[in-house]
Design a protein around this ligand. Structure first.
Ligand code: GAR
Length: 207
């Protein structure tokens, strides 16, 4: 029996958070987890290239080609269940998953969000949008949050947060990059490592 938790990462775009997880796996930080599956809802997402380079099985499942949200989620479930996934990480995954999907994997899905929840989060706040809103509101501190995913968008139990300063003259792009460098790429791998250790410990406890 493997002593590692099997991780699936769901992505939509560039995949810098996926890369942070791959690097953390290679450096030994995620010593009790292994990324075995990457699912992108966008064809041609650069995250897929990162998965291929790391030798991780990767698939594109588009909502449109699957006939809508239900078909998309069914196809994801088939893949996830057939690979015996223990933990699903939404790393720059920009679709909202249905209540059925998140309930099926209760406390098995985590997400990285680019703000300090409960600020600048929920439906419509993704990618650059939380940073645009933070600058418009004039906050002096923002950051990133890792949380469990439940049926409320960005509403699940908070696992980790890290604050990042907003600087004079920031554009949304500059702020996004700082939040990634100083928060997202650090707290997501640490949270995944911690959850994987817990999964493996509980598995051994049940033997
Ligand atoms: C990241 O900033 C991530 O936190 C955000 O999208 C970006 C994806 O970057 N996610 C959300 O907004 C989810 N609501 P990446 O593809 O380079 O990891």
């Amino acid at each position: 029996m493997t002593d590692k938790a099997r991780i699936a990462v769901m992505v939509s775009g560039t995949g810098t958070n996926l890369q942070a997880l791959i690097d953390a796996q290679n450096s030994g930080l995620i010593e009790k987890g292994e990324i075995v599956l990457v699912i992108s809802n966008r064809e041609g997402a650069y995250a897929l290239e990162r998965a291929h380079k790391a030798g991780i099985e990767a698939f594109t499942i588009s909502r449109k080609a699957s006939g809508g949200q239900e078909g998309f989620e069914e196809a994801c479930c088939e893949l996830i269940d057939s690979r015996n996934i223990d933990l699903i990480v939404l790393a720059g995954f920009l679709m909202i998953l249905s209540k059925d999907f998140v309930t099926r994997y209760d406390h098995k899905i985590i997400n990285i969000h680019p703000s300090l929840i409960p600020s600048f989060c929920g439906d419509g706040f993704y990618g650059l949008k939380p940073h645009i809103a933070a600058l418009e509101r004039g906050v002096k501190v923002t950051g990133a949050t890792v949380h469990y995913v439940n049926e409320i968008a960005d509403g699940g139990e908070i696992i980790a947060q890290k604050a990042v300063n907003v600087e004079e003259g920031d554009t949304p792009e500059i702020l996004q990059r700082r939040v990634m460098e100083q928060a997202e790429w650090l707290i997501l791998p640490v949270a995944v490592a911690k959850i994987c250790r817990k999964i493996v410990k509980e598995r051994h406890g049940k033997l």
